[in-house]
Design a protein around this ligand. Structure first.
Ligand SMILES: [Zn+2]
Length: 191
């Protein structure tokens, strides 16, 4: 099944139509994400749908293969944030190497599937790296050897440690499935 299979069946208006049938409906539990992976509990068809916003705890889609309505229950643990201390290189440029001359350095101090907090020397955060700026982040997760590359948007920058350091809240954009899986794995490890 491809993305297009389930893509067209965003069943906003069907949600109320099927609300009354929820009691007998088979549920499919998923993590909250803008791209929600669905596996039809009736016929096994799989695919992905794109949501405009993070899904409410429950929503309904109709399976394109068997036509059954599937109640999707989102798993809030997907929002879990894990403390960390991971070296990270970041740049407004599309960098591919940790030692790229155009990169600056900091540490990821917590991470979730949706975003992370990056701590870095305040000199690295000029007014050019404020809210709304997109940066490329390169880092290696513990126990996963390859370098991860993520594009993220700065959502806020706050002072940390008496002003010498800054903490930037970063929201991931276009997180690919491979990287998402690596982060999920990292989050699943005991602290
Ligand atoms: Zn189905």
């Amino acid at each position: 099944m491809t993305v297009t299979t389930l893509k067209s069946l965003l069943v906003r208006k069907a949600e109320s139509e099927f609300r009354s049938r929820k009691a007998g409906m088979k549920p499919s539990a998923e993590y909250p994400s803008l791209i929600v992976r669905i596996c039809c509990p009736y016929c096994g068809a799989t695919g992905r749908i794109k949501r405009q916003q993070l899904p409410e705890p429950d929503f309904t889609v109709r399976c394109p293969r068997c036509g059954e309505a599937v109640l999707v229950k989102t798993n809030r643990r997907g929002c879990y944030r894990k403390s960390a201390s991971i070296p990270v290189s970041y740049s407004p440029f599309d960098i591919d190497r940790l030692d790229d001359q155009r990169a600056r350095n900091g540490r990821i101090i917590d991470i979730s599937r949706r975003g992370m907090a990056v701590r870095s020397n305040s000199l690295n955060w000029s007014q050019h790296y404020g809210s709304g700026v997109f940066l490329t982040f390169l880092f290696s997760l513990p126990f996963v050897n390859d370098v991860k590359k993520i594009r993220g948007e700065i959502v806020r920058v706050t002072e940390d440690d008496g002003g010498n350091m800054r903490r930037a809240g970063v929201k991931f954009s276009n997180l690919d499935e491979y990287t998402d899986n690596a982060i999920r794995f990292f989050l699943s490890l005991s602290p």
